[in-house]
Design a protein around this ligand. Structure first.
Ligand SMILES: Cc1cc2nc3c(=O)[nH]c(=O)nc-3n(C[C@H](O)[C@H](O)[C@H](O)COP(=O)(O)OP(=O)(O)OC[C@H]3O[C@@H](n4cnc5c(N)ncnc54)[C@H](O)[C@@H]3O)c2cc1C
Length: 323
């Protein structure tokens, strides 16, 4: 039995809704994402057909509550999709993942405005959002933004530059973390807002040419006094600790873990296919016959499977609100 089949049978996906989500993601990964993966990577093409297909299948609404037309899923749902996409096209999985984390942040404490303006459209596959948290200055310490939020007569203004904004040129909105522009703001205190991508003051910078995942259109976005209405505020000002630990970290890490698990599985499958087909004509031997190679393949399988079980377990515990 292949590892893909193992994961389909895993008890974690026993619920019919999760299994249905995983099967839909697998079908899109194989039919739409995989055939385009090389072009997406080599030519840095954002994977529009895959994102369209995910939208039509309802999967862009993975984290939108059911009452708004979404699938109402948590971390296991995110693994079910990103593991499949990551095997086929890592850029597609990254694009889907950052849209999904952004959606989870909007949905976490949504107001009627967020539901009407963002979540219902996301559920219909008509709106792509993304996460704009990272900055050059703070790097991996993304909870220390330097982007400023200033109160105005009509709401707020955002100023600063976010880096590595996946889907940047294709998203309809950005989930942005900002610190208060007030002089008495506490260190490490920030607020999340949702900014419409077509707002004046949102400027896309040059695309970033990475070594891998080259089609995810991660690029800097500069916000220059970009206006945000009061309804754009996510949660309350200063809700940062709750958002970081309850939403951003678990969803971000799960999206990445699912993607990397898919990549690891794809690499393993390539290795197995290679040793099975490599024949040495003079000896009429196959590479797969060599005991040392069989041992190495077994070690690889075990490493991938351990990672899979850990990721599933973490997602299951996260969905059960286990700290
Ligand atoms: C393809 C891609 C897409 C992305 N998409 C998004 C996105 O959509 N939205 C978004 O907000 N961000 C995104 N990011 C950014 C990402 O989440 C990280 O914030 C970013 O990559 C940090 O990079 P850095 O080079 O500044 O890391 P650095 O901060 O320079 O860190 C380098 C290394 O040092 C380690 N390190 C740093 N400090 C310590 C310490 N105190 N102790 C031990 N180790 C430490 C880090 O773990 C890391 O391994 C994306 C990144 C990539 C590569």
């Amino acid at each position: 039995m292949g590892a893909m089949e193992t994961s389909l049978l895993a008890e974690e996906f026993a619920s019919s809704s999760l299994r249905d989500i995983q099967q839909k993601a697998k079908a899109i990964a194989e039919a739409v994402a995989a055939p385009r993966a090389q072009e997406v990577d080599e030519l840095q093409v954002w994977p529009a057909p895959t994102m369209d297909a995910l939208g039509k299948a309802g999967l862009l609404g993975l984290h939108v509550p059911k009452r708004l037309g979404g699938l109402g899923q948590g971390l296991m749902g995110l693994i079910a999709v990103t593991e499949q996409l990551g095997q086929a096209c890592s850029s597609s999985s990254m694009c889907f993942g950052m849209h999904s984390v952004g959606t989870a942040v909007i949905a976490a404490k949504s107001t009627p405005h967020h539901e009407a303006a963002y979540l219902s459209a996301i559920a219909k596959g008509e709106h792509i959002t993304t996460l704009a948290l990272s900055e050059t200055g703070s790097g991996v310490h993304f909870y220390l933004p330097n982007t400023e939020l200033r109160q105005t007569e009509n709401g707020y203004e955002v100023s600063g530059t976010k880096q590595w904004v996946t889907n940047a040129g294709h998203a309809h909105s950005y989930v942005v973390s900002c610190k208060s522009a007030d002089d008495d703001a506490q260190y490490g205190e920030f607020t999340c807002v949702v900014v419409d991508a077509d707002s004046p003051g949102c400027h896309l910078q040059n695309a970033w040419g990475g070594f891998g995942m080259r089609g995810n259109d991660s690029r800097p976005v500069r916000f220059e006094n970009a206006p945000v209405s009061e309804t754009g505020l996510l949660g309350n000002e200063g809700d940062q600790i709750w958002y970081v630990f309850e939403v951003v970290a678990p969803y971000f890490l799960t999206a990445m873990a699912g993607t990397y698990l898919g990549i690891a599985q794809a690499a393993f499958d390539i290795a197995v296919a290679r040793v099975r087909t490599r024949e040495y004509l003079p000896m009429q031997e196959s590479l797969a016959d060599a005991p040392v190679i069989q041992y190495k393949i077994a070690e690889l399988w075990s490493t991938v499977e351990q990672a899979r079980q850990m990721v599933y377990r973490a997602a299951r515990l996260g969905d059960a609100s286990d700290p």
